[in-house]
Design a protein around this ligand. Structure first.
Ligand code: GBH
Length: 451
């Protein structure tokens, strides 16, 4: 008989599911919630697949208690969620909406009842539209002033029950993709200098989030950023290609990680942006580089890099037949879960890393006979977890993993057809059906090993 070596994870490894308020809550205009830039963008004809909007989503706003019961029955003990800024400050600043705070108190009560530990993202892309209308949103520092007050408010309100805070989710997606590429809200295509300014405002908000947790978070509070670093994977795991992948990683991710870990924009980045650089004040970096407790990484894919002939890193294009999820950007690159955290640990000294998102988007078909067969997703997640575990065995300091996502939800500009859930959501009836991937992941969490 051959006995397999158990593919175990360290004791106390954190397993959980992830989701975000605007993608699941619905109730977009209920109980005083203000309009977000996504509520507005979704109404621009053609901006979103099928012109789907966020108004109803998964009706998590009223169904959260049954959702948490299901989540717990699947064996999760940790859940990463986000708070909707426009629920709490409908205009972004000014008047507070007590009903927004009350909602999240009810939500945390229910999580507590079901034994779920919250990991709370302060901002997951739903900027109050009023800040966009009045100040140009992320283009203007007044948005950071408003965020500072919002961060103080939520940390004071929930600090006794929330100990794990994430300041911002994926700066790239609400700055460059919103103001440069225009594919995400607010759907603008502006000059490079403006885009760089939106990044800088976001970095300031991150700093305020850290500051707020230090000032009001209470005992045991921890805080970090979630970044979606572009993960460079060496073509071969040989010294030359590894060095090339590392150099390319710095090149692609310095804009966010340098200011946070080194207290300034690095020389290579400054040279690259030249006259398009953001305007900033020197003291901004005191705030931006306040020490954090962990780094969150959302990793879905990677790009292959080799040492080119000139010795320069060379990115390799994906051939047409490369295995890909239904989300065209989601190339199957399991090694990204090895190299992403390793680069961050080696380059920036990140000593505590959480995978705050990983998963797969497919246009899954409805369940048949009560079963939802997504072997495609199960297999993708499993292959990524094997690489994550390899990293941990090598000494990469990864402390937890959150699967994106608990249930199918509003996949931004791709609407509702593009499903990332391990629980199938029928958006007509709101019926939830765990997919095979959920059944399998339950066993992974329970046994703390890849099964
Ligand atoms: C995460 O974004 C989000 O945090 C989460 O809300 C989302 O639902 C989830 O992942 C799944 O997408 O413009 O063609 O170059 C991941 C976002 C998606 C950002 C792909 C970069 C590049 C697409 N990434 N995107 S493209």
């Amino acid at each position: 008989m051959i006995k397999s070596q158990p593919l175990t994870f360290p004791k106390n490894f954190v397993w959980g599911f992830a989701a975000a308020a605007p993608q699941i809550e619905g109730a977009a205009f209920l109980d005083g919630k203000g309009e977000s830039v996504w509520d507005r963008f979704a109404r621009r004809p053609g901006a979103v697949h099928n012109n789907d909007n966020l108004d109803v989503a998964c009706e998590h706003y009223t169904r959260f208690d049954e959702d948490f019961r299901l989540m717990r029955s699947l064996g999760a003990k940790n859940y990463r969620l986000s708070l909707a800024w426009p629920r709490i400050y409908p205009d972004g600043d000014g008047a507070l909406n007590q009903k927004g705070l009350d909602f999240y108190h009810r939500l945390f009560d229910s999580m507590e009842k079901h034994g779920l530990t919250p990991w709370v993202t302060m901002f997951h892309w739903d900027l109050p539209q009023s800040l966009e209308t009045r100040f140009g949103g992320w283009r203007d520092r007044r948005t950071a002033d408003a965020f500072a007050v919002y961060a103080d408010t939520i940390v004071k309100a929930f600090g006794s029950r929330v100990k794990n805070w994430i300041t911002l989710n994926e700066i790239l997606c609400f700055t460059k993709l919103g103001y440069g590429v225009g594919r995400k809200a607010p759907g603008l295509q502006l000059a490079d200098q403006v885009v760089n300014q939106t990044y800088h405002t976001a970095l300031l908000c991150h700093g305020h989030g850290v500051r707020a947790v230090r000032e009001h978070g209470g005992k045991g509070a921890r805080v970090g950023l979630t970044d979606n670093a572009t993960v460079t994977v060496p073509f071969s795991e040989t010294p030359d290609d590894i060095a090339a992948a590392r150099a390319q990683f710095i090149h692609e991710n310095a804009r966010v990680l340098d200011p946070i870990y080194t207290g300034g924009y690095g020389p290579a980045y400054r040279k690259a942006v030249g006259k398009h650089a953001a305007k900033f004040e020197k003291k901004d970096f005191d705030l931006i580089s306040l020490p954090t407790d962990f780094l969150g990484l959302n990793i879905y894919t990677g790009e292959f890099v080799r040492a080119g002939k000139s010795g320069k890193p060379e990115k390799l294009p994906f051939p047409a037949s490369y295995p890909t999820a239904d989300a065209a950007w989601l190339k199957h690159v399991p090694q990204s879960l090895y190299w992403g955290p390793r680069h961050c640990a080696e380059i920036y000294g990140a000593s505590s890393i959480y995978i705050t998102e990983n998963g797969a988007g497919y246009n899954d078909v409805p369940p048949a006979k009560g079963e939802s067969n997504d072997l495609h997703r199960l297999n993708l997640v499993r292959s990524y977890l094997c690489e994550l575990r390899r990293g941990i065995q090598d000494g990469v300091p990864v402390k937890g993993y959150f699967l994106w996502s608990f249930m199918d939800n509003y996949e931004w500009e791709d609407g509702y057809d593009r499903r990332f859930g391990v629980v199938y959501c029928d958006f007509k009836t709101q019926k939830r059906t765990p997919k095979f991937s959920a059944r399998w992941f339950t066993k992974v969490m329970a046994e703390n090993r890849i099964v």
